[in-house]
Design a protein around this ligand. Structure first.
Ligand code: FES
Length: 171
């Protein structure tokens, strides 16, 4: 898959709003939680530029902002991809080959569970039973379930998503 650099640039209007919120608590690192809670209604992720604005306006280090957010899992540091892939990791799927399906996803997208592709197209996670064990091994992409997959077919499916040609796919 062709990977492009995935740089997050938060819209200027959102950064201005973030700056206003953070500036109200300049010199008050104890208010970081309040600032983050308010900011999460404005931005989808704690991108580098958002963390930099909060740090600058509050007079604290950017590392402090990241550590805080990571510790409390308040905001993702990257937005989710356009499509979310959930691969079932429960036993029925496992015995019918989910490991090969997961390997197919990981080899094709060059990401591991919990990660997002560099181009922001896919976020990949593992999950519990999707309720379609009769078609295992199964995954979901966004709200669509796909079953009876293997190493090759899951890659074909992902290619269809990249080509935006998923309607013709037969489960
Ligand atoms: S165990 Fe995988 S779909 Fe049920």
């Amino acid at each position: 898959m062709n990977q492009v650099n995935y740089s997050i640039t938060t819209p200027q209007a959102q950064l201005v709003r973030v700056a206003e919120i953070a500036a109200a608590w300049h010199g008050r690192p104890d208010k970081l939680m309040d600032v983050i809670l308010e900011v999460q209604h404005i931005v989808p992720a704690l991108a580098e530029d958002v963390a930099a604005v909060i740090a600058r306006e509050m007079g604290i280090s950017q590392n402090d902002v990241y550590s805080f957010v990571t510790f409390y899992s308040l905001l993702p540091v990257r937005p989710s991809g356009r499509h979310t892939i959930r691969a079932c990791s429960n036993a029925p799927c496992h015995v019918r080959g989910s490991k090969a399906v997961m390997q197919g996803i990981e080899d094709f997208l060059k990401i591991r569970p919990g990660e997002t592709t560099e181009d922001g197209m896919f976020t990949y996670t593992l999950c519990s039973c999707l309720g379609i064990c009769d078609s295992s091994p199964a995954i979901m992409i966004d709200d669509k379930p796909y079953g009876n997959l293997n190493y090759e077919s899951v890659q074909m499916l992902l290619k269809r998503y990249i080509r935006e040609d998923v309607d013709a796919w037969n489960r």
